[in-house]
Design a protein. Structure first.
Length: 395
């Protein structure tokens, strides 16, 4: 629904318009400039009354059978998402909603779902099931909000019934290694020739994601310029595709990293067949595979099956240092850069963050915002006693 103001002969009038989308994809549009008496709409009160009447007329024409149900609109949203989002993202979105949504929601008419229905779902119905955490409630609510918002943008709904509902969830604890722990980890891993030594080392000196490391080729390493180019990643669900932010970036090769890369150069290169991820490839369809013979890092079964986090956690625990996951090595890289004074925008560029707020989250971990010498930079000071300053205390 929308109301447009226009002027005629110097007088202000209203035009009421609506556009409804039916379950078969067709659109039904209506607009009115005249009220029920055939006169131009000259006040907001009359415009609201006409808008309400148009809405009732549209609902009557569509009929209950022609309206979107929760299930039909959810499926339509997934169809739209598959056009622009990665397959794993869509599957994760679909799986979470289907897992926690009660079956009776499928047949609910989308326009008849109220804020109370959403509130009861999030805070009562799904909490009756086992192992429901505030983070799960928050994730389900976020996806429900998006599904309703898409309906608003398409003209199917006038408002989003999930707006205003919030779930308070505790912030997930991010763990990082300090400089001493990094040195202990790499020394111990090298001494025992751990199968993940080179993976951990390259991650700690580049801040690359696991999937980006998996797809790293020697053509991406430029020793002459001292740079590594990062333009793709590999995941088991989406295959070989662009990086998470869909942006290319470069990471400088520091002396320690150069030493590691030269060692890898003498061992490799390594090879593996990787399938090329394309958005139009459907589930169970034939996947195009390509043999890559110039991969930088050693291939091993645990890495291929996704056990790299468990391997790192177990090794850290055995060393008596902070138990971290593989992705925490990226966080360690970021916090170390920030604590050493590397500007926030440069760290953003190094790790491929699209939003400043994402990188900003690591400032707290790095202790940058609580270091000494910050509040001392304030320009105002306490004045010393001055003969011209009068005392306001009562005697």
């Amino acid at each position: 629904m929308a109301q447009r103001i226009y002027y005629l002969d110097g007088k202000k009038y209203y035009e009421v318009r609506t556009c409804k989308r039916m379950a078969d994809g067709k659109r039904m549009s209506k607009r009115k400039k005249l009220d029920e008496n055939g006169k131009r709409i000259s006040s907001k009160i009359v415009a609201d009354r006409v808008e309400y009447q148009i809405k009732k007329e549209c609902d009557h024409i569509l009929g209950k059978g022609g309206l979107w149900t929760w299930k039909s609109w959810h499926e339509e949203c997934l169809r739209q998402m598959r056009i622009s989002l990665q397959k794993s993202t869509v599957e994760n979105y679909d799986g979470l909603v289907k897992k926690w949504m009660p079956s009776d929601w499928n047949d609910k008419i989308l326009s008849e779902i109220t804020k109370r229905d959403v509130f009861d779902l999030i805070f009562e119905r799904i909490t009756q099931r086992e192992k429901v955490t505030p983070n799960t409630q928050k994730a389900v609510l976020r996806r429900i909000k998006r599904i309703f918002q898409l309906a608003v943008e398409e003209g199917i709904l006038d408002r989003n019934p999930a707006i205003g509902i919030k779930v308070k969830a505790p912030r997930a604890e991010q763990k990082v290694l300090n400089s001493n722990e990094v040195e202990i980890l790499l020394m111990a891993a090298k001494e025992c020739s751990h199968r993940f030594y080179y993976h951990w080392a390259v991650a700690l000196f580049t801040g690359m994601r696991n999937g980006e490391l998996y797809a790293l080729r020697w053509t991406d390493v430029d020793f002459a310029r001292g740079l590594i180019s990062i333009s793709r990643q590999w995941t088991s669900k989406d295959g070989l595709h662009q990086t998470k932010s869909n942006r290319n970036r470069v990471v400088p090769i520091c002396p320690e990293l150069k030493k590691i890369l030269l060692e890898l150069k003498s061992f490799g290169p390594f090879q593996e067949k990787l399938w090329i991820g394309l958005y139009h490839i459907q589930k169970n369809a034939n996947r195009e595979e390509q043999l890559f013979t110039d991969l930088v890092l050693p291939r091993n079964r645990d890495w291929r099956l996704g056990f790299q986090a468990a391997a790192l956690g177990k090794f850290c625990q055995g060393l008596g240092i902070t138990k971290v996951k593989f992705h925490d090595l990226r966080a360690t890289f970021i916090t170390n850069m920030l604590s050493e004074g590397v500007p926030l925008v440069k760290v953003m560029a190094l790790v491929g963050h699209s939003e400043v707020s994402t990188t900003n989250e690591y400032l707290r971990l790095a202790g940058v915002d609580v270091k000494e010498g910050t509040t001392e930079k304030l320009k105002y000071r306490l004045l010393e006693n001055h003969p011209n300053v009068f005392s306001l205390s009562r005697r």
